[in-house]
Write a protein that binds this ligand. Structure first.
Ligand code: Z5A
Length: 206
């Protein structure tokens, strides 16, 4: 059995996960392995490119993406998460199966895959079910405004969707949380206040 703790942090768009995870890394150093989905291992990072960067990616429906996200996750778990946990490290992944539930099943509307999702979860995660899920909750209007202000790279095909998509995404996360308990952080606060809450949760659990 893995020895380290496995933690997920997830959210809708623009909640500030990247910034907060940089702070966590600075605090906990090498005892912490930060990773992300889609991606987190060399092969899964290639799948990430197909999902987010292919010129055809916007046409991919929920069923196609559902399969790609689980495929990437299988490789990520095998090649990054499990070895790190077995070495006694804490692993925090930026997004995980909670995103598949919220984005593909609820926001993209593939509710016919709901039962299958839970079967896939048991099958693919096995003994690697996370010890802790942390949800950064934010009103999509605020999160998207942050993204738009951010500049740099263009919005990807998820970020560019209209507000109804992002509202149902938030409802999707809430539904997932109804099945799998989470610690919820109010991500609409200042960077400092979010960090105070987030670091307190990490310190309590590590
Ligand atoms: N996806 C899926 O559909 N199914 C799945 O199973 C999985 C994923 C695993 C991956 O995107 C996409 O894949 C994602 C879900 C989908 N959808 N999209 N897009 P990604 O990995 O490229 O990026 P992301 O995870 O979506 O990033 P994000 O959520 O949009 O951003 P963030 O990391 O949470 O936020 P940030 O970059 O740290 O901050 C955003 C901006 O806000 C930035 O300018 C910050 O300086 C600013 N910021 C941060 N905190 C604050 C506070 N507290 N106040 C004010 N401004 C702030």
């Amino acid at each position: 059995m893995p020895k380290g703790k496995f933690i997920v942090i997830d959210s809708g768009e623009g909640a500030g996960k990247t910034l907060q995870l940089e702070k966590a890394k600075a605090l906990f150093g090498d005892s912490l392995v930060l990773t992300r989905e889609p991606g987190g291992s060399p092969y899964a990072e290639e799948i990430r490119q197909i999902i987010l960067k292919s010129p055809n990616s916007g046409q991919a429906d929920a069923k196609t993406l559902f399969a790609l996200f689980w495929a990437a996750r299988a490789d990520h778990l095998k090649n990054t998460v499990r070895p790190a946990l077995e070495a006694g490290k804490t692993v925090i992944t930026d997004r995980f199966d909670s995103s598949t539930f919220a984005y593909q099943i609820i926001a993209q509307g593939a509710t016919e895959l709901k039962d299958f999702f839970w079967q896939m979860r048991d099958f693919y995660l096995g003994d690697l079910k996370p010890d802790l899920y942390i949800y950064f909750d934010i009103d999509p209007v605020i999160g998207l405004a942050r993204k738009n202000k951010q500049g740099g790279a263009e919005l990807n095909h998820f970020e560019a969707r209209e507000i109804n998509f992002h509202n149902s995404l938030r409802a999707g996360f809430k539904e997932f949380i109804g099945h799998v308990p989470h610690t919820i952080i109010d991500a609409s606060q200042s960077v400092e206040k979010v960090w105070a809450d987030f670091s307190a949760v990490l310190k309590k659990n590590l």
